[in-house]
Design a protein around this ligand. Structure first.
Ligand SMILES: [Zn+2]
Length: 115
């Protein structure tokens, strides 16, 4: 796996994580809401699973769009890149030796002044 492939997967990971977590919550909520059906009752909250699934799916889509915009900017040679492997770097963080950004490709931490 190359550094650029690893960078792409790291860019896509947040949206996939939100989507999978949202689907699990939707299934759990729908199951709990449907418990009264076993005793010939009505669902506690009709359609709660569908609403949660649609909401988290929309949020995951927005996150994926933002991340792919970062990827598109990288393909256009815009934005900050790692000086070792030329991958996209993450957001600025405060560390023990000052602010730094982590490379999404090679995983190295680079001080802000050296990017
Ligand atoms: Zn790098």
């Amino acid at each position: 796996m190359t550094n650029h492939t690893r960078m792409f997967f790291r860019l896509a990971a947040p949206s996939v994580l939100v989507f999978v977590a949202g689907m699990l919550v939707a299934v759990a909520a729908e199951t709990i809401s449907s418990l009264p059906l076993a005793s010939a009752g009505r669902p506690a909250i009709p359609g709660v699973g569908d609403n949660i699934a649609l909401g988290t799916g929309a949020i995951a889509l927005v996150i994926h769009g933002l991340q792919m915009h970062r990827y598109w900017r990288w393909t256009q040679n815009r934005g900050d890149v790692c000086f070792v492997c030329t991958s996209v770097v993450g957001r600025e963080r405060d560390g023990r030796f000052g602010p730094y950004r982590t490379c999404l490709g090679c995983g190295e931490k680079h001080a802000i002044g050296r990017i």
